[in-house]
Design a protein around this ligand. Structure first.
Ligand SMILES: NC(=O)c1ccc[n+]([C@@H]2O[C@H](COP(=O)([O-])OP(=O)(O)OC[C@H]3O[C@@H](n4cnc5c(N)ncnc54)[C@H](OP(=O)(O)O)[C@@H]3O)[C@@H](O)[C@H]2O)c1
Length: 279
């Protein structure tokens, strides 16, 4: 049975590919730029762009299962190509933003809702993974300043979030792709523990064996600094999430262990895994 992994060099996608291969599955990796992806020698690789429907039949030929990123501009072309290729099941990396009270007011919620709706209306069976904040966002926010200056600047030291390790999202996806019982299920996923930003930075410091200076700055300055590494759509969502995390305890979840049988990774484990990125 062939499983196609879109975004196979992405933070989550690369672990989906490894997880499927480890289970002995026939995996086809896709990327818009496979030469830059560093895929393992001997891997089956197809160039595919979800926004260019003409690239999809070759990627999906003979495939039964797909791991998919949410690319709204390409979703109708993907659904048509997947149906005609005979794909049965799609696991979509969606977003917990779709669950918010007024999803129309959020560009992130809207883009993921468009993709979920198109898949729900199709003949494909599906599983939607709906995460909150990824731990990998810490690379966007802090990698450069920790590496270059040994410091972070944030607007809310005591804001709490529950970051999710990308390996846990991938493990959920692999389980939903390879085991029965996940069709038509949507899994909201938050990390296993709520930590203040100050504690998250301390965990990174412990992982790299370096004291990191923690500086609290005005929100508008943070917005400018985040703009150097992050898209605007992400900055608004992150600042809103941090602000909410000052007064409200963020949701945590046990879904990873319930579905995969393995406990979710802590942020300290994520920091250990990514220590080379911060050194
Ligand atoms: N960051 C968060 O806190 C958060 C929270 C909730 C949900 N999410 C969801 O998770 C996603 C980010 O996941 P990640 O960190 O694993 O992403 P990532 O590391 O940035 O990787 C994104 C992958 O998507 C692929 N991709 C992008 N455009 C494509 C296209 N037109 N056609 C085919 N593939 C395309 C890229 O493949 P190539 O470049 O190799 O073609 C890349 O491998 C977000 O976009 C969002 O949907 C994120």
């Amino acid at each position: 049975m062939v499983t196609v992994v879109f975004g196979a060099r992405g933070n989550v996608g690369r672990h989906v590919a490894v997880g499927l291969s480890t289970r002995g599955e026939h995996v086809r990796l896709t990327s818009r730029e496979p030469d830059a992806a560093g895929f393992p020698r001997g891997a089956e690789v197809v160039v595919a762009d979800l926004e260019r429907a003409e690239t999809l039949p070759a990627a999906l030929e003979g495939a039964q299962r797909v791991f998919l990123y949410a690319i709204p501009d390409g979703i109708d072309g993907f659904v048509a190509a997947a149906e005609s290729a005979g794909v049965q099941h799609v696991v979509l990396l969606s977003s917990g933003a779709v669950l918010q009270a007024d999803p129309e007011s959020s560009p992130i919620a809207r883009m993921h809702t468009v993709v979920e709706s198109a898949i729900e209306k199709s003949e494909l069976t599906w599983t939607f993974i709906r995460p909150g904040m990824f731990a990998t966002n810490a690379l966007w926010w802090w990698q450069r300043s920790i590496r270059d200056e040994g410091r972070v600047r944030v607007p809310y030291a005591d804001a709490r979030t529950a970051p999710i390790h990308e390996k846990d999202l991938a493990a959920l996806a692999v389980t939903a792709l390879t085991e029965p019982g996940h069709q038509g299920r949507a899994y909201p996923v938050w990390g296993p523990e709520a930590l203040t930003l100050r504690k998250q930075v301390q965990r990174i410091g412990a992982a790299i064996g370096r004291e990191i200076t923690f500086e609290v700055i005005p929100v508008e300055q943070a917005r400018v600094e985040m703009g150097r590494t992050m898209p605007q759509i992400g900055i608004d969502a992150v600042l809103a999430g941090w602000e909410a995390g000052i007064t409200t305890s963020p949701q945590v979840s046990t879904v990873v262990e319930e579905i995969t049988g393995q406990p979710a990774h802590t942020f300290a484990q994520w920091a250990q895994d990514h220590a080379p990125d911060f050194r």
